[in-house]
Design a protein around this ligand. Structure first.
Ligand SMILES: Nc1ncnc2c1ncn2[C@@H]1O[C@H](COP(=O)(O)OP(=O)(O)O)[C@@H](O)[C@H]1O
Ligand SMILES: N[C@@H](CCOP(=O)(O)O)C(=O)O
Length: 318
């Protein structure tokens, strides 16, 4: 994360009087993440994560917070949001919309093996199945409309080659029949740093938490699978590791079998997912936001992944 907006301890201590979670013991800014300001908050009653939302319109925030509550209620390791004494998940702190969620245990695994990929595939299918009964609907904030608008802003910062790649890929994506694909609430950013791992009693790996639902939205479920495969199963040069991809996709398929339309759209979805993160990283890189601790991820990694996915894509399991 990053901290764009600092929060003095005295201000937070006062704000917490609106909650039933005890008194402030410790406040610590978190340096991972790119979108919002995040803090670990320890009180006399528990451990929480405080998020100050930096760019997301306030009206869109209930979708994310209620989705997290919905998935948590369905038994998935998703941080439940904390309601304040007015029974609201969303408050205001330092003139920003702000929310507290439960702090889940575990650490990210940035070098996942087959067991990790299998568990992530099964978890993603679980999120998609539980999401089918989520009553609210909000479009993917990084979907086709965002892509078109951001392409205009980005173009002047790109090389001639990159402009050609961007234009061609946006034109290609416009030809894909996304409406033919099963859709629902998707996480849309299930990268390795958004999954926390714990250890089982028998020493096996276990997902302790899936975090950061603030890019979630309604879209093709397969887009979410593609985002996840591109991050969890890429080799250092951006190619796909066939074994890790198979572990993730087989485990997903065992919970929610892929349809024929999804099989046909898979290469295009891997490309759409790569394009989305190339564009967002390039926008963050060329148009950085001011902040106390700001993390900017390498856009070229996803530009290269996009080029490789255009060249080749593995099939989905049958
Ligand atoms: N509920 C949580 N439990 C434990 N750690 C969390 C939780 N939410 C966030 N974190 C930590 O905060 C970091 C940044 O959160 P993230 O949601 O990815 O930020 P951003 O909203 O800026 O993208 C994560 O990498 C993780 O270390
Ligand atoms: N996962 C995205 C950026 C979103 O940041 P996050 O910290 O909220 O996951 C990327 O890698 O570009």
């Amino acid at each position: 994360m990053s901290v764009f907006t600092p929060v003095p301890e005295s201000v937070l201590a006062d704000w917490l009087k609106d909650y039933a979670i005890g008194r402030l013991v410790e406040l610590e800014g978190i340096s991972a993440g790119v979108q919002n300001s995040n803090f670990f908050v320890t009180t006399t009653l528990g451990r929480y994560v405080l998020t100050l939302f930096e760019g997301i319109p306030r009206a869109e925030l209930p979708y994310y917070l209620h989705l997290m509550a919905h998935l948590s209620r369905h038994g998935l390791p998703v941080p439940g949001p904390i309601a304040n004494r007015h029974n609201e998940y969303l408050g205001t702190l330092q003139e920003r919309p702000a929310a507290l969620v439960v702090r889940l245990s575990g650490r990210s695994e940035m070098s996942p093996g087959l067991a990790h990929c299998g568990r992530v595939g099964a978890m993603l299918a679980g999120l998609h199945l539980a999401g089918q009964s989520y009553g609210r609907r909000q479009e993917n904030p990084r979907g086709a409309a965002w892509r078109a608008a951001t392409a205009q802003v980005l173009r002047p910062f790109l090389s001639a080659d990159e402009q050609t790649l961007l234009d061609a890929e946006i034109a290609f994506q416009a030809t894909v029949d996304v409406a033919a694909l099963p859709a629902g609430a998707i996480h849309a950013d299930l990268f390795r740093d958004n999954v926390l791992w714990d250890t089982d009693a028998d020493g096996g790996v276990r997902i302790g938490g899936v975090i950061d639902f603030y890019f979630a939205g309604y879209d093709a479920l397969l887009f979410d699978v593609a985002v996840t495969v591109n991050d969890w199963c890429s080799t250092p040069d951006g190619g796909l590791d066939a074994e890790r991809a198979a572990a993730l996709l087989d485990a997903y398929h065992a919970e929610r079998p892929f349809t024929d339309a999804e099989r046909a759209a898979w290469p295009a979805m891997l490309r759409a997912a790569a394009l989305r993160f190339w564009m967002s990283r390039a926008a963050d890189f060329h148009l950085p936001r001011a902040g106390e601790m700001v993390l900017v991820k390498d856009p070229n990694e996803y530009r290269d992944i996009l080029r490789l996915r255009i060249a080749t894509a593995p099939p989905l399991p049958r």
